[in-house]
Design a protein around this ligand. Sequence first.
Ligand SMILES: Cc1cc2nc3c(=O)[nH]c(=O)nc-3n(C[C@H](O)[C@H](O)[C@H](O)COP(=O)(O)OP(=O)(O)OC[C@H]3O[C@@H](n4cnc5c(N)ncnc54)[C@H](O)[C@@H]3O)c2cc1C
Length: 441
Amino acid sequence: MSKSPQDLQIAILGAGMGGLTCALALAQQGFKHIDVYETASDLGFVGAGIQLAPNMARVLDRLGVWKGIEAEAVNLEETSVRTGASDSELAHVALQYIEKTYGYPHMVGHRASLAGGLYEGCLKHAQIRFHFSTTAENVTFGARPTFTAVPRDTSQSPYTVEADVLLGADGIKSNTRVGMLELLGIQAGVQDTNQAAYRIMIHKDQIQDDPELLELINSNKVVRWIGEKRHIIAYPVSNNTIYNLSTTQPDSNFAAATNATYTTRGSKTAMLNVFGDFCPKVQRMLNLVPEGEVCEWKLRVHDPLPTWVHESVALVGDACHPTLPHLAQGAAQAIEDGAVIAVALAKLPDTTPASIHKALKVYEKVRKDRAYALVDLAAASGRALHLGDGAAKEERDKQFAALKEGKGPVPDKWADADVQRNIYGFDCTKVTEEKFDEYFA
Ligand SMILES: Cc1cc2nc3c(=O)[nH]c(=O)nc-3n(C[C@H](O)[C@H](O)[C@H](O)COP(=O)(O)OP(=O)(O)OC[C@H]3O[C@@H](n4cnc5c(N)ncnc54)[C@H](O)[C@@H]3O)c2cc1C
C-alpha cells in the first residue's frame, strides 16, 4: 500500500511561533509523525506584548486556539500617534471597523498567552512530540534530510534524526538557513538596521496613584510616541492588567558586538537618556523599570533569500524573513507560514521526494513575495516615523494634518486602511487551497 502524505515523518526545528504553528497545523491536517526539537528547556518566552492582527487570528481560529488567546487579549478600538516630546496628537485612527471588515478584531496580547495557546493546542494531538533541551546541528539536505540532535543533558549522547520533511523554524539565528546558504553558495548576510529595542511591562499595581497612566492601561488603545530616530509603541495586555511598551532607538550597545549578539542587559540611565526629551508621562513609565531589569534587543534583518526551500527542507518564520517590528507582523507572518505549509503538504498527490519538494515550493510561492513586501514596508514605516527636521518630515506631518480632516494615508503604516487591506484581507490558507494545483504543476 502506498504511503499517504499524513504518514510522512516531519521534523520541526524550533518551538517559536512558526514551529508551533507548523506542528499544530500539520496535526490538524492528520499528519501522524511530527517531532519538534527546541534548544530551550521550555517555551521560555520573554515578558512582552504582541499585536494579534486579524490575519494571525484567522489562522489561530481555524487551528482551534484563538478563543483562549482572545479571552486574555485586549480589543483595540483606536490608535493615537503622538509627538514624543509634547505628547500632542498627530493622528487618531479608529480601529473598530476592522472586525466588521476582516472578520476578526485587531487585538493585543501577552506573548506567553499566544505561545501558550499554540502549545496547549499542540498537546491535544498525540502525534506531536516535543523534544526540549535539544539543539539541532549539522542539518543535511536531501531526499531524506538529517540533523544531529544534541541533548543539553550531557549524559545523553547526540543522535541522528532522519525525516521526510525538515522545517527550519529556528529563528533569526537559524542554523538551517546558514547550512542551506552554504550548500547553495548563496551570499545573503545579516543586515544591521542600526536599531535596537527595549521591551517593558508595567503592572497595574505599580501605577495605582497615577491617573494618567491608569487611563492608558484601562484604555483599548495603541499609543505611538515618535521622535527623531526613536519611538515608543505602547498598549495594554492581559485583560488590561499590564501596560506593554516596546521602544526603538539607535543602536549603540550592539554596534561593536558580533552578529551573534541579540540581547543584552541595558543600563537604566542610558534608557532614560535616550528618551530624555520625551514627555513626563513617558518618563514616569520608563522610571518604573527596576534598575537591573532593563533588557535591550538588537533589531537585525537579513538580505532577502533567493529560495526558502532546498530538496525536502524549508525555512520558516524569522529564519527566512526577519523583519523590523514597525508593522507588528513578524510572528503573524511566521504563523501564516505554518498554516500554508500544512495545507501544501496535505495536498501532496504522492510522497516522492520530488513531489515533497514541489509542495514546499508552493509554500514559498504563496508566502515569499508577500513576506518580503511586508519586511520592506516595515522598514519604510520606521524611516517615516523616525524623521528629523527637514522637508521629508514636513511632508509627513502634512499627511498627519490631512488625516485630522479625514483624508489621505497614515504615515504609521500599520494603521493605514490600504495597508491593512493587503495584510489582513489575505487569507493564506484559502489562497494555498486555490493556487495549489497551478503552483504545483
Ligand atoms: C521588539 C519586537 C517586537 C515585536 N512585535 C511583534 C508584534 O507585535 N507582532 C508580531 O507579529 N511580531 C512581532 N515581533 C516579531 C516576532 O517576535 C518574531 O517575528 C517571531 O517571534 C518569529 O517567530 P519564529 O518562530 O520564526 O522565531 P523564534 O520565535 O525566534 O523561534 C525560534 C525558536 O527556535 C529555537 N532554536 C533556535 N536554534 C535552534 C536549534 N539549532 N535547535 C533547536 N531549536 C532552536 C529557539 O530557541 C526559538 O525557540 C516583534 C519582534 C521584536 C524584536
